[in-house]
Design a protein around this ligand. Structure first.
Ligand SMILES: [Zn+2]
Length: 343
């Protein structure tokens, strides 16, 4: 089942999308970009056949048919290059002479291999995947998927969060179907700002209290072997920390460990240097940027919404356009809006 989303909002969006489509705004903005060469980094999380695995519509899932249409659109209009290739070119003093797109995926979901890769191969496109290395090969879901799954599956009326020590959560959360989405959002917001070890303990406690055990088929991740196949298909693999928490809240020792260990784990696994990093949920600070540089990465992706000027101003805070449950019209509207900001 899925839970209520705002109808008014989606109708409003559809209306704007149709206006963008009818007036050819997307095509006009592409023309304008030709005189302002820039680097456009597009980000996906999951690519699925349907939205069943995104019951709360949290914007993590792109439908496979929409993903394919977006790839076709990008291929038609832009130079598509892997992120590490653009960075290497920048380092060599090259300025992009036409708008260039890089396609990226965060987290390391198995559907990227099963659903996105065949489309990329069919269209002869290369992409980059940023992988969180914690719990690889253990069938453990990523921590937010464990929370989403536990709440989705549970038939309890409330979740008592008072002893879980989650930031900002001090009264029981309603779990009746109309309230589940809001409770999931409250929990996830709170967990992102809760200290890493307390966050991990709280996720265990939520599963215990709701009596829901992790389900490796709900949001499966790529195994080491599957990551190797993804790389062997010509794709770049970058790091995305170990535990996927807010890097700007970690103490220096933990921060360095999250950066260095995720890098070395992947380098050993893939037998190749890992030069790119994506900050979990884009969260970073000046200290995080400095530590990322010191850990030997050559660039890092943020989730600051925007396109990057060429030459790139700050290669440790690269701006991106994150795509969730957007169809092609929606994609064109978001794109046209960000292209408009480049002037
Ligand atoms: Zn992530």
């Amino acid at each position: 089942m899925s839970y209520p989303v705002s109808k008014a909002k989606s109708l409003g969006k559809q209306l704007v999308n149709n206006v963008v489509d009818m007036t050819g705004l997307f095509e006009r903005r592409i023309k304008q970009l030709e005189s302002e060469p820039c680097w456009i980094v597009i980000t996906y999380h999951r690519v699925l056949d349907d939205y069943a695995k995104d019951p709360f519509a949290l914007g993590m899932v792109t439908q496979k048919q929409d993903f394919k249409a977006q790839m076709q659109l990008l291929k038609q209009h832009f130079d598509i290059r892997q992120a590490n290739d653009v960075i290497a070119a920048t380092k060599a003093g090259e300025t992009l002479n036409k708008p260039t797109v890089s396609i990226t995926f965060d987290d390391g979901y198995l559907d990227n291999l099963n659903n996105a890769l065949p489309i990329l191969q069919e269209l002869q496109l290369q992409a980059t995947l940023y992988v969180a290395t914690g719990g690889l090969d253990t069938a453990q879901m990523l921590w937010w998927d464990r929370v989403i799954y536990a709440i989705h599956q549970s038939s309890a009326n409330t979740l008592d969060v008072r002893n879980l020590d989650i930031t900002g959560c001090d009264s029981p959360l309603e779990l009746s179907p109309p309230n589940k989405k809001r409770s999931v959002e409250t929990l996830l917001d709170g967990l992102w700002t809760t200290d890493l070890s307390r966050c991990m303990r709280a996720v265990d406690a939520i599963e215990d209290q709701l009596n829901v055990t992790t389900n490796q088929h709900w949001a499966p991740r790529m195994s080491s072997e599957q990551l190797r196949s993804f790389q062997q298909a010509g794709m770049e693999i970058g790091a995305h920390s170990i535990h996927h928490h807010d890097m700007s809240q970690l103490d220096q020792t933990r921060l360095q460990q999250e950066l260095s260990e995720s890098k070395s784990t992947l380098e050993t696994l893939l037998d190749k240097p890992v030069t790119g990093f994506a900050y979990p949920a884009g969260r970073h600070s000046e200290v995080v940027i400095e530590s990322t540089r010191a850990a030997g990465y050559e660039y890092a992706m943020s989730t600051i919404r925007g396109f990057n000027h060429s030459p790139i101003q700050n290669q440790y805070a690269i701006q991106r356009m994150v795509i969730g449950d957007n169809d092609v019209k929606d994609f064109k509207r978001c794109f046209a809006e960000l292209a408009g900001n480049m002037r």
